[in-house]
Structures are given as C-alpha cells and as structure tokens.
Design a protein around this ligand. Structure first.
Ligand code: F0G
Length: 457
C-alpha cells in the first residue's frame, strides 16, 4: 500500500475552540452589522478570516523569542534577522517594519508621488490603498485567465507582458516602479512563474524601471515554481527564492504570512538610494533602524521562521492542506478559483448565489451564510473590498466576487477542513433559498470592507 503523505510536524501545544448554536450566531452577526471583521473571535469556531499573523510558531521560534535582544539600537536580534533576510533574498539593505503595510507606507513615502502610475498584478488592498492615498494609480496587468475561475492555469497570478508593455509605452514617465505580488493574493493565492518574472524583468529593463516584489507569500510561490515549472523540479526552495529575488530590485514583506510570525515585516533591497530614501520614513513612522516597530524577540522569531518556511516539507504540508479542502469542494460541486491557491480557497460566490444581484454583494452574502451555518469565518474578497472608484465614486463591479477561506499555517487539521467543506456544501445545497443579499448602511472612503456596516435584504 502506498504510504500517504503526512504533516511534517507534531503538535506540542493546543488552544481550545468552542462551537455555538445557530441562534447565537444569528444574534452575533446582526450585532456585528453583518460584517465578520466586527465579530468577537470567541464567536467564531473555525477562523479562516486570514492566514496573516495567525500561524502556529515552531518550538525553535518560541525558543528564539526567549533569547530576543531588546536593545534599542544595534540589537543582536536585528543582525540575526537581517542576516536571515539577506541570505534568503540576496538583498543587502534591510529595514524592519511592524508589518507589510508599514513597509509599503515607508517605501512608498519615498517612491510614490501624486500623479504616478504603478502597474502590477492585482495589488493587494493595502498596497492599492497606499498608492491611491498618494493620489497615484494602481494599474492591474494580471493575465485575463485569472478572471475565469473555472479555467485551470498553473500560474494564474502572472503579469500579462502585453498589458504591461502597452501601459509602459503610454505612461513610462509616470511609473516609479513595477510591483509583482507573489503569490497573487487577490487573484486567488495564485502563483507567478519564474518565466513570467523573467519576462517582466526584460520589459522593465527596456524602460529602465525597477521591480518591487510584494513577497508576503514568496515561499509558497517558490513551492509552485518547483512543482509546476519543470526546470525547477530539482532545485531547493531556497535556490528558487534567491533566483526570484535576483530578478527584482527590492521587496516589501508581510512576515505574518510566509515567515510564520504573529507580527513583523520588512523592506529589503539592493538599491542603496531606496534604502537611504526610505530610512528616515522608517524612523518617523516605525521606529529606529534596528527594530522598526518590532520587539527584539519578534525579529528573532522572524529569522527562524523565514529559514524554516523556505524548506520544502513545511510548504508541502501547508499547500497540500489547501488542496485537500479544494478536493472536498470538488466532490460537493462547489465552484472556486481553480486550481486551489497557496494559502486559501476562493469560492466563486456569484456562481452559487445566482439570484443575488451584484449590487447586493453575493460574496459577502455567502460569507454570512457560511458563518450562520457552522460558525466558520471566511472573508469577502470581492465587490466590497474593491471599494468605489476614486473619481466616479461608483462601486467597482469589474473584478471577481469571492469568499476567501484563508488557512492559517499549522493551526487546523484536515478534520477541520472536512467541517468547512460540509458546511459549505449545506449552504450550496440550499442556495436557491437565498434570493437576496445585503445593503450598505455605513462605509468608509478607503478600505471600507474592514468597518462597513450592512443590513440584510
Ligand atoms: N501584501 C499582500 C499580498 C498581503 O496579502 C498583505 C496582507 C499585505 C501586503 C499587507 O501586509 O497585513 O502585514 O500589513 N494580507 C492579509 C490578508 C491581511 O488577510 O490577506 P500586513
């Protein structure tokens, strides 16, 4: 008999979770204005809101926490962290920040000016927010294949070289850099191929533009390169990540994802001028250059996490769990962005709630239904998150409308995945009885999905 694949860890510490009744959940979600961000975490049974900062650290990471150096300037933990970043990315200059969006804030304060245009592959919402808040524009050049959830494509996160080329031909003078997000979260945790990174580099060189990688899930991206891009099959994850970053000028990092820490981030670059330009903003917004908003122990855990999570077995364990949930949903006929992503399954809500018009936010409606069904908290990556167009103030209905089930690293078992799949099947089975969605009663101008208040129709 073939020995099945097994997780590359065993469990040393547990945290109890509690299920609830449907009646309780009906009250709680109403009090939360039908916005799952406003729920109390104790009101959630299985929390798939995000894979950010929610992972389980290893025993080696916890050991590093105890040995953190909390010196204000020149802490040993900073140098351990900086060395780990340089070893894994090849970038010489490193600025710590408290998380990914802080890295964006610091670097973009130096790089992005009003009137600029920043092309890339589906900028993450905080990235877009930091660009738009500076009265610049984020231009999405993701391949069209990413918009068809049922199409199988190994690298649905890719940049479309023709779109990028066209954009640069028209507006190169307004472009401070090109951003590539690996994996492409918004398109469904979909990877970017090495071939695509090379193609973008060639175009960037022609227009003499630097490339910034948003590396929140760079290690998961490297796993997909290894398993889907033939010439990389025999390369280690660490060799692949070094090559990925060799094609860029710098990166912003939310270490809360692929470095498996609860808080942390950084900017890393080979460009001395980026480092020197961003440095003062780091001190102004984050903290002195050798801690940037993190405690010494956070940097210590980050260094270990980066090293551990650029090992194949750890990534295989993680990504196979996401695929396991995808396979269950296949059995039940629940449509999602195919193939399964690196950190999450993105359920195609309008394909399920066919009666709910887009103006009533199908993915948000499905998010609420899944919570009511079994206390599972996913989140909408769709029309609410897309915000309104800054000029016309119209809702942006042009993209996908997805319910994201983000899986924290090393936290839940496949048994929990079975529960999630069964709950979603039940909602799917009664989809005909869900005719209406939700209406906005209160919203913020930017990044409204975090605080939006809704009512059920
Ligand atoms: N870039 C990407 C691709 C992200 O997914 C995130 C965060 C950030 C940047 C910002 O990093 O949260 O550390 O400030 N994504 C989380 C999510 C919040 O749920 O997908 P941060």
């Amino acid at each position: 008999m073939k020995i099945p694949f097994a997780e590359s860890f065993k469990i040393k510490m547990v945290e109890p979770i509690r299920s609830s009744t449907r009646k309780e959940r009906e009250e709680w979600i109403k009090e939360a204005h039908y916005n799952v961000f406003l729920l109390n975490a104790d009101q959630v049974f299985i929390d798939l809101l995000t894979d950010s900062g929610t992972g389980a650290m290893s025993d080696r990471q916890w050991a590093a926490i105890m040995a953190g150096d909390e010196s204000y300037a020149g802490a040993r933990s900073f140098y351990d962290f900086k060395d780990a970043v340089t070893r894994i990315t090849g970038f010489e200059y490193v600025l710590p920040t408290h998380q990914g969006r802080a890295a964006e804030n610091v670097l973009f304060s130096y790089l992005v000016k009003a009137g600029d245009m920043v092309p890339g592959n589906s900028h993450f919402d905080t990235t877009k927010g930091h660009i738009e808040a500076r009265r610049a524009e984020a231009i999405d050049c993701t391949i069209d294949e990413a918009k068809d959830t049922q199409l199988e494509h190994p690298f649905k996160g890719n940049v479309d070289p023709a779109k990028l080329e066209d954009m640069l031909a028209k507006h190169a003078d307004r472009v401070p850099f090109i951003i590539i997000t690996v994996t492409n979260n918004t398109a469904g945790g979909q990877p970017v191929s090495m071939a695509n990174l090379r193609a973008v580099r060639r175009i960037a060189d022609r227009y003499r533009k630097p490339i910034l990688i948003d590396g929140a899930r760079f290690a998961e991206n490297a796993y997909f390169i290894k398993t889907r891009e033939e010439e990389y099959a025999d390369r280690t994850i660490k060799e692949i990540t070094l090559e990925m970053f060799s094609l860029a000028d710098g990166m912003t990092m939310s270490a809360k994802k692929d470095a498996i820490v609860n808080i942390g981030g950084f900017i890393a670059t080979r460009n001395r001028d980026w480092y020197e330009g961003a440095r003062t903003f780091c001190i102004q917004f984050e903290g002195y250059l050798t801690y940037g908003g993190m405690a010494g122990r956070d940097m210590a855990a980050l260094a270990v996490g980066l090293d551990e999570n650029t090992e194949f077995d750890n990534l295989a364990t993680r990504i196979k769990q996401v695929a396991y949930l995808g396979k269950k949903l296949d059995e039940y006929g629940v449509p999602y962005q195919r193939p399964a992503g690196g950190h999450a399954i993105f359920v195609d809500a309008p394909k399920i709630l066919t009666h709910v018009p887009k103006e009533e936010f199908p993915a948000q409606t499905l998010t609420i239904e899944l919570y009511l069904e079994a206390g599972i908290r996913g989140c909408e990556i769709g029309y609410l998150l897309a915000d309104r167009d800054p000029l016309t103030r119209e809702n942006r209905f042009g993209g996908l409308d997805l319910l994201r089930l983000a899986i924290p690293r090393r936290v839940y078992t496949n048994n929990h995945m079975d529960v999630v799949a069964a709950a979603l099947k039940n909602v799917h089975d009664r989809r005909e009885q869900i005719p209406r969605g939700v209406r906005i009663t209160k919203e913020a101008e930017l990044m409204r999905h975090f605080t939006v208040e809704l009512e059920r129709l």
